[in-house]
Design a protein around this ligand. Structure first.
Ligand code: AHM
Ligand code: MG
Length: 372
């Protein structure tokens, strides 16, 4: 120690390091900040285990759906790995082209799309897929015509270069006639979804999934390479304290959205504003904390920005199963008959009471217009 140097004062907390084995036995840190879940360590509830259990109780065709879901989960793990290393392996930035919706495509979009297509293709149970990144339906000639998959491989990609959370959104439909393959089966209503989910690549990688009975969430344990059940039977609060919308578009909003957002800010109980600009992250927060996520139509884009088939329908399914609502303002999202793979619709999604309020405002506006 250098001469005249005074040692820093040592606080009262005696820091001890416990081994993983001690943690697994439930030994607490001196400050009791770390709760150890012994069940999780000694009896891990992996995604595969959960799928098989879920299938035993709720779903008939458990083998093929398990194979397909494992393929999707593998794709999500690979994309998660790439997202974490994007800065190192030159996956930031533009790929140099536009997708079917006219968005600039990022390198991670292209990589994520290849991963999802290859993983789903390899499972042999899906003859048709639709991706945000492909203009047309994707045909796997060698596969069985059992299921159809719709997905946005890397949603929120404008955020990628800033290391903000992005995610994969997916939905699974059943083929209407296995003996008569038809890409039109990709355009089934959201009410026909067999399964939907998203995987969020954030501080942790979390996969949220539903077959229609419950919404459950699984966090990727990087040391095991397995998704473990962490969010059981998620229920969205009846009413929330958060509103989430891109207010940069407010000049173009209609009177209903303008009034609703004004009420969120200046009502008796003002709400907090939170907007990430990654639908997966904004919806994930809405599912857990409640409130409303909106991407409304406006005077420039009457149908908003988000795509019905592979973004809105899967998210609406998850939200409804969790006890919330998802509407365009005038109709339930999942009741819409899609006409095209890439069509857009406005969306208001979240806590029941919050979404009902905007439905009521649209109803009142339409009744007033009809009276005239
Ligand atoms: P993308 O599919 O091209 O990534 O666009 C979808 C994203 C959503 O994740 C997000 O809710 C929305 O675009 C944000 O749009 P904006 O930047 O206009 O607020
Ligand atoms: Mg998207």
């Amino acid at each position: 120690m250098a001469a005249n140097t005074v040692s820093p004062k040592v606080g009262k907390i005696d820091v001890k390091r416990e081994s993983f084995a001690q943690m697994a036995q439930g030994v607490k840190t001196p400050t009791d900040v770390r709760e150890v879940n012994r069940d999780l360590n000694s009896n891990p509830f992996t995604l595969s285990r959960w799928i098989l259990t879920e299938m035993q109780t709720n779903v008939k065709d458990k083998t093929d759906l398990t194979i397909l879901l494992n393929a999707i989960a593998t794709g999500c793990k690979v994309i998660s790995n790439a997202a974490k290393k994007a800065g190192i392996y030159n996956l930031y930035g533009l790929a140099g082209n536009q997708n079917a919706s006219g968005d600039a495509v990022k390198k991670l979009d292209v990589y994520g799309n290849d991963v999802m297509i290859n993983c789903i293709d390899s499972c042999g149970k899906v003859m048709y897929m639709a991706s945000e990144e492909n203009d047309e339906a994707i045909l796997v000639k060698t596969a069985e015509n059992k299921y159809l998959c719709v997905f946005d491989p890397v949603d929120g990609s404008s955020n990628i270069d800033a290391n903000v959370s992005v995610g994969t959104i997916f939905g699974i439909y059943q083929a209407t006639d296995p003996d008569a393959p038809d890409s039109a089966d990709l355009l089934q209503k959201g009410t026909e979804l067999v399964c939907a989910g998203y995987c969020m690549y954030g501080g942790a990688t979390i996969l949220m999934l539903t077959f229609g009975q419950e919404v459950n969430g699984f966090t990727l344990d990087p040391s095991l390479g397995e998704f473990l059940l962490t969010h059981e039977n998620v229920k969205i609060p009846e009413k929330g304290k958060i509103y989430s919308v891109n207010e940069g578009n407010s000049q173009k909003w209609d009177e209903v959205v303008t009034k609703y957002v004004h009420d969120c800010k200046f009502g008796l109980k003002p709400k907090k504003a939170r907007y990430i600009g990654s639908m997966v992250a904004d919806v994930h927060r809405t599912l857990l904390y409640g409130g409303i996520f909106m991407y409304p139509g406006d005077s420039k884009n009457p149908n908003g920005k988000l795509r019905l088939v592979y973004e809105l329908n899967p998210m609406s399914f998850l939200c409804e199963v969790a006890g919330g609502l998802a509407t365009t303002g005038r109709e339930r999202v999942r009741d819409i008959q899609p006409q095209k793979i890439h069509e857009r619709r406005p969306i208001f999604l979240g806590s029941k009471e919050d979404v009902e309020k905007i439905q009521k405002l649209y109803k009142e506006l339409d009744e007033k217009k009809n009276e005239k």
